[in-house]
Ligand binder design. Structure first.
Ligand code: SME
Length: 163
């Protein structure tokens, strides 16, 4: 998998987000800002957003891209639920061979999902990115997106994230 400048872009995105997110600890404002910046700065991203745990469901949060599934059903199926259930990032080079993959956008070819945690470390949802390119993501993306998702809870507390 080629890097083609994405690491440099992640570095710049992280710096910019650290500055932007300092202006509000509100989790929705932070998630919306993360989704917008990532989506517009990383050319391979075709859908960028959050799914949040709400009463045992994964319900869509702030995102950029085509209209997505409001709720990921059935539960514990697909890539987002795999990241929640395993408690770790999931990189999917080919969504067509991932068992149970939920195709909100039929053009999606590859995907990366990282858990979103509250300030106590509990999983409250995921940051999910799709690409229409095959094998667009690798462990580099998972590591940077994990770092970026950690900015949502930040230092100011986001207990309101929990559903
Ligand atoms: N493909 C995801 C569903 C969310 S969409 O990618 C926006 C999954 O299998 O969980």
């Amino acid at each position: 998998m080629q890097n083609d400048g994405k690491t440099g872009r992640y570095e710049r995105i992280l710096w910019q987000l650290q500055e932007l997110l300092a202006k509000s600890s509100d989790p929705v404002a932070r998630m919306a800002t993360v989704a917008a910046l990532l989506h517009h700065k990383q050319p391979a991203f075709s859908w960028t957003g959050f799914y949040l745990l709400r009463d045992g469901d994964l319900v869509v949060g702030p995102y950029q891209g085509p209209v997505a599934c409001l709720v990921l059903l059935p539960r514990h199926t697909g890539v987002c639920w795999a990241a929640v259930d395993r408690g770790e990032p999931v990189v999917v080079p080919d969504v067509h061979v991932f068992p149970g993959h939920i195709a909100c956008d039929p053009r999606s070819r590859s995907e990366v999902v990282v858990p979103l945690r509250d300030e106590r470390g509990g999983i409250v949802g995921v940051l999910d990115v799709d690409s229409t390119r095959p094998a667009a993501f690798d462990e580099v993306d998972a590591a940077w997106l994990g770092r970026i998702s950690a900015l949502i809870s930040g230092a100011s507390g986001t207990s309101s994230l929990a559903g």
